[in-house]
Design a protein around this ligand. Structure first.
Ligand SMILES: [Zn+2]
Length: 277
């Protein structure tokens, strides 16, 4: 069992320090996991897909492409990353989605035979979007007819959070942890990394910068404004971010948290994985 931390669609938004919190140009990544299970490969999120790279303005929409300036490099797509690791993309049998925003679901068409595990509230929001939500869920990402595997609420408690086990009997244990707010059915994905004696928690877009789950928290101003503006339920988003802060503070030795877009967290995760290999 091995877990790979991949960058599947980096972006260079305007704003520098107002986005990154540090001097220099800002970079945002799409942190994707590739998990080798006992019988197949599992992706957690898919980043930006090959069709998005070919036509970023048409597929992702001019406002997103202009504001976030995706690098649009084919080698960064999940499809190419999987091949570069020596795997057959057809062996990706499952995709666990934190949510279905365009920068997370863009790679779904590149893995048409995989089961797409998603919280049912997120699937409903994406397939029948409100006027406001239409830009975040481009129809083209779902036009191939994904093999949906929607999951309802329920399941055992996990560190005080609701949890849904995705693949019973498969090692490692993979859980959806509902954390609505950023989008209607947004979830984190927990993976039991037994070799490290630790859980990994891919927090998706529940936060954008590692300083947000530090105690006390802070956030670069552009990122704060962006999150407030796009949240489906901003009160729930802030409440769930607070719960993640408590989880990190109280159980940081048992659960390692990272979000989808922080390049420092991605580099840290890749360094740890390389050191344990
Ligand atoms: Zn995102």
């Amino acid at each position: 069992m091995k877990i790979h931390h991949l960058s599947c669609g980096s972006m260079c938004p305007y704003g520098g320090k107002l986005v990154s919190g540090e001097a220099g140009s800002a970079e945002i990544v799409c942190h994707v996991l590739l998990i080798e299970t006992s019988d197949s490969l599992v992706l957690v999120d898919t980043g930006i897909g090959t069709d998005d790279v070919a036509h970023p303005h048409r597929r992702l929409g001019p406002p997103f492409a202009a504001a976030f300036r995706p690098k649009a490099v084919l080698e960064e797509t999940a499809l190419h990353r999987v091949r570069a690791l020596g795997f057959d993309p057809a062996d990706v049998h499952h995709i666990a989605c934190t949510h279905l925003d365009l920068d997370h679901a863009g790679g779904l068409p590149d893995f048409p035979a995989a089961d797409v595990h998603v919280f049912e509230r997120e699937q409903a929001a994406a397939l029948k979007p409100s006027m406001r939500d239409r830009p975040r869920y481009p129809k083209s990402h779902f036009a191939h007819g994904p093999r949906w595997a929607p999951h309802g609420p329920g399941g055992d408690r996990w560190f005080g959070f609701e949890s849904i086990r995705l693949l019973p009997g498969v090692d490692p244990e993979i859980l959806l942890i509902p954390l609505p707010g950023h989008s209607r059915g947004h979830c984190a994905v927990a993976v039991n990394d037994a070799s490290a004696g630790q859980w990994l928690l891919h927090c998706g877009d529940a936060y954008f910068n590692r300083a947000e789950i530090a105690t006390p928290p802070s956030c670069p101003p552009f990122l704060r404004a962006f999150q407030n503006a796009v949240a489906a339920d901003n009160r729930a988003r802030k409440n769930n971010q607070g719960r993640l802060r408590e989880l990190s503070r109280d159980h940081g030795d048992e659960v390692r948290l990272f979000c989808a877009h922080d390049p420092v967290e991605l580099a840290h995760s890749q360094a740890r994985a390389a050191a344990s290999a």
